[in-house]
Design a protein around this ligand. Structure first.
Ligand code: HEC
Length: 117
């Protein structure tokens, strides 16, 4: 009985910890998004950042809230896009690489972008 209770509370603690970690990731991702993506993709991901107007038709920043990606159709490909930039995966050179960021930061950005949908 005692052991069962201990296991149960341990499981609950782990669940709480992993939920907190996930929330923190998206929060960190949101800060990185504001610094590195919003000027093109817009604060809410609508593809209407300040720089979007300067870009030619057909090479506008994607609407991240609508989705419908050409390349980044899953998390692995999204990460690859961020590592290599648009030019590295056959998309526009106007989509810059984030090659200075660690994997964990890229994953945080991806987690945040999902919250825009
Ligand atoms: C300088 C402007 C600019 C910045 C900054 C920028 N992007 Fe983009 N992004 C673009 C453009 C332009 C495209 C469209 C590329 C195309 O259609 O060929 C794009 C496309 C995308 C796509 C769609 C890819 C696909 O497969 O269709 C995603 C996802 C994306 N960007 C995420 C991000 C994230 C996350 C950041 C910040 C880390 C970011 N972008 C920063 C301009 C930018």
């Amino acid at each position: 009985m005692h052991t069962k209770l201990k296991i149960l509370s341990l499981a609950t603690a782990l669940l709480v910890v992993s939920e907190v970690a996930q929330a923190a990731d998206a929060k960190k991702g949101g800060e990185l998004y504001a610094q590195r993506c919003a000027m093109c993709h817009g604060d809410k991901g609508a593809g209407d950042g300040a720089l979007a107007a300067t870009m030619p038709e057909g090479q506008k920043p994607r609407n991240l809230a609508a989705g419908g990606y050409k390349y980044a159709t899953d998390d692995a490909k999204f990460k690859e896009l961020l590592q290599k930039g648009g030019a590295g995966v056959g998309l526009s050179v106007l989509m810059p690489a984030q090659s200075d960021l660690k994997d964990a930061d890229l994953e945080s950005i991806i987690a945040f972008v999902k919250t825009l949908k």
